[in-house]
Write a protein that binds this ligand. Structure first.
Ligand code: PMT
Length: 419
């Protein structure tokens, strides 16, 4: 048995960390929202170079962006800047991602028309860096066929991506589509564009949360799972290019962006939803805390209190993971186990008993993560007997670290793993 000691989470957990982002700000009223975007990018460790069009500088002072990005703002094509020989080519080439927010109809049209008549359009023209356009404009402009044609022309090229505007009250007082997409949506797309796409073309099935096993209309047998770990894994797989379906027990969480969520209540419902999709799946991550037992009977009306004790008889639930492990062909499978002691032995035992490729054992309680907290730690074991310990980190970070281990295995699965 090998034990690689406390591995550090992969760089994929923080896709913006130390990455060079060129933020182009155009002259739309939403330019002030880009100040918030600058802050969000900087908060995640990005090195942000702001480039403003002349029109944008009329709406917001460059000083605002200079303070937030801690770098001089570039506006003038004819000025040199520290660290660049030719500003209008170097800034773009030196970036990992170009975000244009707000992207006005004018700038979209210029880029689509192959014009390079200001610093921002020249930077785009003179680099091959991916470009994320966040359009914001008046509803009539947005619905103008020329604007839509220009956008379609750009998105036909692999380099250009669009985070569409949302509908709502616009600065011109009209209601309609054209409002800059929410900053967290732009950030999500930026993270995705800077993440490794090692799950592109893959279908990943994730389960999360508890199951509730009712014994009358108002009570159930359940557990403390909040779904945080499973939702983090689903979000991480989506960022890495996978199509993700998240089969979720009852939780209070918002669905991760770009992930299809199927809500279930009981273990039997969860089993049905997993089995329906299993044949298509490349990877199954069973993060859910599935209740091992369910009450044998479910009263149709609330059971009222009477004097003396009551007994609830429990029946064994189907073991979804063990059933998947017994199938002739199955996806790459990751199980989880929440333990209160002896987590390493339990992880090896459960992995073998359920015949899964990987099992992540996490200790619950005592500040070590597990249920209902933002962080988690544990040990990942695999078929070869290898075990790897993971320190207490944010669940999103842990999710990426686990995918760093699993994604390469999709391409190199042995016949034993597939059948
Ligand atoms: O949701 P959070 O609050 O973020 O908490 C995360 C978590 C602690 C729930 C998660 O990290 C975790 O450990 N999930 C597994 C919980 C568990 O105790 O599993 P288990 O030891 O009962 O089962 C082992 C594996 O078999 C699990 O992958 C489970 O999904 C699966 N199983 C279990 C029972 C059953 N009837 N069917 C199953 O498929």
């Amino acid at each position: 048995m090998n034990d690689t000691q406390l591995s550090s989470p992969g760089a994929t957990a923080a896709p913006l960390e130390d990455r060079r982002v060129l933020l182009g700000v155009c002259g739309g009223i939403a330019a002030y929202k880009s100040a918030e975007l600058t802050r969000a990018l900087v908060r995640e460790g990005a090195r942000v170079q702001v480039v403003m069009t002349e029109a944008a500088t009329r709406l917001v002072q460059p000083l605002t962006f200079e303070v937030l990005s801690t770098r001089p703002v570039a506006c003038d094509m004819w000025q040199t800047a520290p660290g660049t020989r030719i500003q209008h080519t170097d800034h773009g080439r030196q970036s990992d991602l170009i975000i244009i927010a707000p992207a006005t109809a004018n700038t979209i049209g210029r880029i689509a028309g192959g014009l390079a008549d200001n610093l921002l359009t020249s930077l785009v023209m003179a680099s091959r860096t991916p470009v994320l356009l966040a359009p914001a404009m008046n509803v009539e402009m947005w619905s103008n066929p020329l604007v839509q044609e220009n956008l379609a022309r750009l998105t036909n090229l692999a380099r250009y991506h669009v985070v569409p505007p949302e509908s709502g009250e616009l600065a011109c007082g009209v209601d309609g589509a054209g409002r800059l997409a929410p900053i967290d949506q732009i950030m999500d797309d930026a993270r995705r564009l800077l993440s490794p796409q090692d799950l592109a073309g893959r279908f990943v099935l994730v389960t999360a949360g508890p199951t509730y096993e009712p014994f009358d209309p108002v009570r159930f047998v359940g557990n403390h799972s909040t779904g945080l770990m499973g939702y983090a894994l689903a979000a991480a797989a989506q960022l890495r290019g996978a199509r993700v379906v998240l089969i979720s027990g009852p939780t209070a969480l918002n669905p991760p962006r770009g992930v299809e969520v199927v809500s279930v209540t009981t273990a039997i419902e969860m089993r049905a939803e997993v089995m329906t999709r299993l044949a298509e799946a490349d990877m199954l991550a069973m993060v859910a805390a599935v209740s091992d037992y369910r009450p044998t009977a479910r009263a149709t009306a609330k059971i009222h209190k009477t004097s003396g004790d009551k007994e609830i008889r429990l029946a064994l639930n189907p073991d979804i993971l063990a059933e998947v492990g017994s199938l002739e062909t199955r996806p790459l499978t990751l199980g989880f186990a929440a333990e209160t002691e002896d987590v390493v032995a339990a992880a090896h035992r459960k992995r073998a008993a359920k015949n899964v490729d990987f099992l992540f054992g996490n200790l619950v309680g005592g500040g070590r993560g597990g249920f209902a907290c933002r962080k988690n730690s544990g040990v990942l074991v695999d078929r070869s007997g290898t075990q790897e310990s993971f320190p207490l980190v944010d669940k999103a970070e842990l999710a990426h670290a686990l995918l760093d281990r699993l994604a390469p295995r999709l391409a190199t699965r042995t016949p034993e793993e597939v059948t």
